[in-house]
Design a protein around this ligand. Structure first.
Ligand code: C2O
Ligand code: CU
Length: 577
């Protein structure tokens, strides 16, 4: 690695490398951050400026790091999107991510690689501390619960299947659900005597808690596929944060997170708990089959703390763990969940009104690409250009001939907002966009699925959702049913709607469309991905680029120019440097 002498110190150094880890006793070669999965917790302060240096120590793969949910309002070159905001970082190189956290920007975030399937294990939690420590409910301590799914197949095998042009290979459901990188119940005598080696200590996702405390549990949906429902036996929870936005305290019996979403819940522990062990139940939702998981909260006392799962046997990932003798509430699919019920806490910020909206852009997000062999998904029939090595959109705008790469607004207006020359949806600063994401039934299965859509850059106003096709009448109905004004977030689930064939079961047919509307004030020059956060869907192309304020880009810091303009390589499926 090219180690130059720094005139300054990065605030954090992340090293991306390949390690054999065994989250559930099954050794697997995985891309990790600073040697572990998840990587270290990074904490930042609202209103401060940071540098994070990322080294690519992988022998043969590119990488990038994206800070999920960060605005990057003066630093579009730090968004970490390969072939969109930057060239991917080739092996043996580093990239310096610089960002300014705005006043008012705080909450629960995460960082992850944006290359191929690396996010599966190359990820870690982020807490941005507010200047003013008041929260909707005061609390004593933070607990991070990073939820991820675990696959035994390698990243390469999964990607090769997805991009196979003759026989499509779907990765299927995960083998386990992990909490902070660990699957409970697997590291037991049975697994060990079956010859599986294990480098995790039994009960590692056991969390000790104290009686009579208020915990802020920061739950991060860091999965590649799974939509996870979770609940804690014997305890209530109250939502106070949604993707970095404080909301009026909202009591729930369970949480549901799509990939990329975060919630903070306050959980008050009992003063005199009748027993020591309380289970979290996790289960996947909105998929043809369920996968189960669990974690444990144990009241800290003198009771023996050997593997608590010995009493219950291993938690099978295939079947409902009926061997848990406690009664734990089991989350069930709920169309829309509570997502349209939250109300911003203590906020004087309101969404732009309908009158202020300058344009409506409808994204139809799951289309098979005509004339392509294999299985590629497009957005509005445009395939995200992530496979062919091309100059990343943002690098192009900073190159010697930026005028050639400038978007053509009048052509875009004739194509539903899409500019075929720049291959992006361009918008000018000051515009207000209504981005409608419509979720139709898949092209081959005829089934509609739930997709968690994420918008890079500034948070959008989540204006509401509904079934069928979008209309403003439907939006008004959704708003009328909501408990308050829309709130700001960065990842929302676009639900399918049940359709006539729905049989009430999880494996039933969700055959009709659903929609959700993101209202965005165009303020930050840069190139921002809008995509489904289900990683295999991304690899298959379910992504698109919005290009904001191409004429108003801030200059690149001198120290970044070289690495920004010169590194080169493909990110999805291709490894050319
Ligand atoms: Cu969590 Cu495009 O990212
Ligand atoms: Cu998707």
């Amino acid at each position: 690695a090219a180690n130059t002498v720094l005139a300054w110190q990065p605030d954090y150094i992340l090293r991306i490398s390949n390690q054999t880890i065994a989250s559930d006793c099954q050794p697997r070669s995985s891309v990790v951050v600073n040697g572990t999965a998840p990587g270290p917790l990074l904490t930042f302060q609202e209103g401060q400026h940071y540098w994070v240096r990322v080294f690519n120590d992988l022998p043969d793969q590119n990488t990038t790091i994206h800070f999920h949910g960060f605005t990057q309002y003066t630093t579009p070159f730090s968004d970490g999107t390969p072939l969109t905001s930057q060239w991917p970082i080739p092996p043996g190189h580093f990239y310096d991510y610089e960002f300014n956290l705005e006043d008012g920007f705080h909450g629960t975030y995460w960082y992850h690689s944006h290359v191929n399937m690396q996010v599966l294990t190359a990820q870690g939690p982020v807490i941005v501390e507010p200047k003013n420590k008041t929260a909707p409910i005061d609390y004593d301590e933070d607990i991070v619960m990073m939820l991820s799914d675990d696959y035994h197949a390698s990243d390469e095998t999964i990607v090769a299947g997805l991009l196979n042009t003759s026989v499509f290979g779907w990765l299927g459901e995960p083998q386990n659900l992990l909490v902070n990188g660990h699957a409970p119940g697997e590291c037991n005598e049975t697994a060990l005597s079956a010859g599986q080696t294990c480098n995790v200590t039994c009960g590692n996702n056991l969390q000790k808690v104290l009686p009579g405390k208020k915990y802020r549990v920061r739950v991060i949906g860091a999965t590649v596929l799974s939509y996870i429902g979770l609940a804690l036996e014997g305890h209530n929870m109250t939502v106070i944060e949604v993707d970095g936005t404080y909301v009026e305290p909202y009591p729930v019996v369970d949480l549901e997170l799509g990939a990329g979403q975060r919630y903070s819940v306050i959980i008050e522990t009992m003063q005199n708990p009748p027993k020591h062990d309380y289970h979290w139940r996790l289960r996947t939702m909105w998929r043809p089959t369920r996968v189960n998981g669990s974690a444990l909260w144990q009241y800290d006392d003198d009771a023996p703390s050997n593997c608590p799962y010995d009493n219950h046997g291993p938690v099978s990932s295939a079947a409902t763990p009926t061997n848990l003798n406690e009664t734990v509430y089991l989350p069930e699919e709920k169309f829309g969940w509570y997502s349209d019920d939250f109300v911003q806490w203590n906020s004087t910020e309101y969404p732009p009104t309908d009158d202020e909206v300058t344009r409506v852009i409808v994204l139809n997000g799951q289309q098979l690409v005509a004339g392509k062999s294999g299985f590629r998904w497009s957005v509005n029939n445009h395939l995200y250009n992530g496979t062919t090595p091309h100059v990343p959109y943002l690098v192009g705008l900073y190159s010697e001939n930026p005028t050639e790469r400038m978007p053509n607004y009048s052509i875009a207006l004739q194509h539903g907002g899409y500019d075929p020359l720049s291959n992006t949806y361009p918008a000018k600063l000051g515009e207000v966009l209504d981005i409608v994401i419509e979720n139709h039934a898949g092209p081959t299965s005829g089934m509609a699925e739930a997709h968690p859509w994420h918008s890079h850059g500034r948070k959008y106003w989540d204006m509401g959702s509904g079934t069928g096709n979008f209309s403003y009448a439907a939006l008004n109905a959704s708003r009328a049913a909501a408990k308050g004004l829309p709130y700001l977030r960065d990842t929302s689930v676009v639900y399918p709607s049940p359709g006539a064939a729905y049989n009430g079961s999880v494996t039933g047919n969700y055959s009709d469309a659903g929609w959700r509307l993101f209202r965005i004030k165009v303020e930050d020059p840069g190139t921002w991905l809008v995509h489904c956060h289900i990683t295999p869907h991304q690899v298959m192309g379910m992504m698109t680029v919005f290009m904001y304020g191409a004429e108003d880009l801030a200059p690149i810091p001198e120290s970044l120019v070289h690495e920004f303009l010169t590194y080169g390589g493909g990110a999805y499926g291709e490894r050319t440097y």
